[in-house]
Write a new protein. Structure first.
Lengths: 204, 204
């Protein structure tokens, strides 16, 4: 066996599909998915390009693994008992809280999911899943308005987009280095969404 | 003059630096800045690569023009009378409202500014300007808390990041096609931030 072949074999053994997915996420986040080549992934992993193809068929498979993991975690929230039982308001509160918690537990994968633009089949699938999650929450907002639990003078779609914007932006700025304890942030987010930041006794 | 040379000359005449900047923004948004080549910009503009270099020194100059325009518009807000006079709370309300209005007026440039990651000198400059705008607002939040105008049980930095996340995400999802009338969205955003979405008489 040549020295080179030994190194390749070593590369195959020290990396698995999970570690390669993690390395790819960092590159996709820093350079963008389109701008990242399989060659760069191989270089960052310290293995050869052919060693990458030993694990995956192509670059998109690495994106799909990262993103489908994130999508799976988000949709699990909607199946949890507190997301399916109770009043629309308590279900919304629960979903928003869990959304932030899941974001912290899977920061990189979810930040990547939110950067997706729709070029490849995987990206289009991810956009469709994001919209599906969104529609679920929008329906709950309308139900909560109908039940008189949240204000009905505000447009349900606008509320949905604003709250999602706020919550889904979190992994993005955490990823680039802001540090607020997750618990502090979750509490601030829920208080802001439901009660607002104005001191209650201050005249409007 | 050959047919080709005539076409090139035509290209130079029908495009100016402003129209090339606009074309570049769309490409940067759809494919990412790193992944977009000068060749692709030329192709999208229907002119030759050398005709591009007649107008700009390099790709980064197009990014710089787009982004510095957006940064300039954002910082103008902070100089406006209602952003510098009045209580910290009224100044915050004014800045948040104007931020959304300016986003709608310069949707593409600001969406691009918010996608910037810091690879090139221009991108690092843009990140620094975003942080500067941010610090200004953070200071106002602390002042408003000290004045008893906004709740001081919430972390000022957390409020700042959440509100900015909400407001700066707007161009991103408008860019990909959501349609809510700007006025409806501004009102919903301000109501959400300051009053929250819970119906006031609903028990917590």
């Amino acid at each position: 066996m040549t020295q080179n072949a030994k190194l390749r074999r070593k590369g195959r053994n020290t990396h698995n599909i999970e570690s390669l997915t993690q390395i790819s996420i960092d590159l996709f986040m820093n350079r963008g998915y389109d701008a990242t080549s399989v060659e760069e992934i191989a270089k960052a992993a310290g293995i050869t390009k052919s060693a990458i193809y030993y694990h995956v068929a192509n670059k998109e498979e690495l994106l799909r693994r990262a993103i489908s993991n994130a999508v799976g975690k988000l949709f699990e929230i909607l199946e949890e008992p507190a997301a399916t039982e109770g009043t629309p308001l308590t279900r919304l509160e629960y979903i928003f809280r869990r959304l932030v918690e899941v974001e912290f537990d899977h920061l990189k994968e979810i930040a990547l999911l939110l950067r997706v633009r729709g070029g490849s089949q995987t990206e289009r699938w991810a956009l469709e899943k994001r919209r599906e999650f969104d529609r679920h929450v929008q329906e709950l907002i309308v139900l909560a308005q109908d039940a008189g639990e949240i204000r009905d003078d505000l447009d349900a779609l606008a509320i949905d987009r604003l709250v999602f914007g706020m919550l889904t932006w979190i992994p993005e700025w955490y990823y680039i280095g802001h540090r607020i304890p997750p618990g502090v942030l979750v509490d601030a987010a829920l208080a802001l969404i439901f009660e607002g930041i104005r001191q209650p006794d201050v005249a409007r």
